[in-house]
Write a protein that binds this ligand. Structure first.
Ligand code: GLV
Length: 308
């Protein structure tokens, strides 16, 4: 019994160590080493060459080692086994903390106070009450829902947009294409949590940035390709939106000469808003392996039609 592991070199030692304690009955085979295809029961992968997954005749399921699912989309055929996504509450919670940090930074003007401190300036700026500061979550999947709920718990006025109706207590709901303009125009900060699919690639283009409230800010926590980078720069440079915080980019790592790095109104972080930790992720994966071994369904499953 063996597990194929390919996390693209990220923390392989930690994954191996956790596997040896949480699933000691399985031998771990790292992608790239000599492997007998017949012995592989489960594949735990991230950005793995999809065609390789067809090589294992006894494969029972494929597990994603990250929250995104775009590495399972495209024309290439996938094996006829469940593709199980990773929906780790610990990751969603970390992402909510990341979002809260930036919301506080914008709303409470911490950058301004940092600059004032340099010159020993004691001056208190006026701000809108927390309940009047409006935060919009674009995409109410597991991560978007967690962020919306936690930010709302701090007293911010939170709304969410999704292509389908999502009822969340205390969160104003905007649903479908016809409401995207009013959603974008209603908020001081828009936080992108959409999955990357054929429908969302290039979703935030200049038309949509122009629909945002003047002086608002944009946070991208999901995938770079959902925004048209030039259109974002255009909207900031023409003074329509105030700035952006970006944790995901069309090409990662972000090229050293990319304009985002040195733009005064853009904050760049290196895709760290919600790192996957082997310890908590494996608990969920091993629970699913036990379910499959008992003939029960694993979850959450990748939807091959929706692409996430
Ligand atoms: C990271 O972006 C992930 O999808 O887990």
């Amino acid at each position: 019994m063996a597990i194929l592991l390919n996390n693209n070199g990220y923390g392989n030692e930690a994954w191996r160590k956790e596997l040896s304690t949480q699933a000691p009955e399985y031998i771990v085979r790292e992608f790239g080493e000599q492997i007998d295809p017949d012995e592989i029961d489960y594949a735990l992968v991230w950005n793995h060459p999809k065609e390789d997954l067809l090589n294992y005749p006894n494969l029972k399921a494929v597990f994603s080692l990250g929250a995104g699912a775009e590495h399972f989309t495209g024309e290439t055929e996938l094996p006829d086994v469940p593709i199980v996504l990773l929906s780790d509450p610990a990751v969603a919670k970390d992402m909510a903390a990341y979002a809260l940090y930036w919301i506080l930074m914008f709303h409470r003007k911490f950058r301004v106070y940092e600059e004032q401190q340099t010159d020993a300036i004691w001056y208190r700026h006026s701000i809108v009450p927390t309940s009047d500061f409006k935060v919009g979550i674009l995409g109410l999947g597991k991560i978007g829902t967690e962020i919306a709920t936690r930010i709302s718990d701090f007293g911010y006025s939170v709304s969410g947009w999704d292509r389908k109706r999502c009822e969340l207590p205390g969160i104003e709901n905007f649903e479908g294409e016809q409401s995207i303009g009013s959603f974008l125009g209603a908020n001081d900060v828009i936080i992108n949590c959409l999955p990357l699919t054929n429908d969302t690639c290039g979703f935030m283009n200049s038309d949509r940035f122009n629909q945002m409230r003047k002086g608002a800010r944009f946070l991208n926590l999901s995938r770079g390709a959902i925004i048209v980078e030039e259109d974002l720069l255009g909207s900031i440079d023409n003074g329509h939106i105030a700035g952006a915080t970006l944790d995901a980019f069309t090409c990662e790592p972000l090229a050293p000469d990319h304009r985002f790095w040195h733009h005064p109104n853009i904050n760049v972080t290196p895709h760290m808003s919600g790192a996957t930790f082997a310890s908590s992720a494996l608990r969920l994966i091993v629970e699913n392996i036990h379910r499959i071994e008992k003939g029960e369904p694993a979850f959450p499953l990748f939807d091959r039609t929706l692409g996430y």
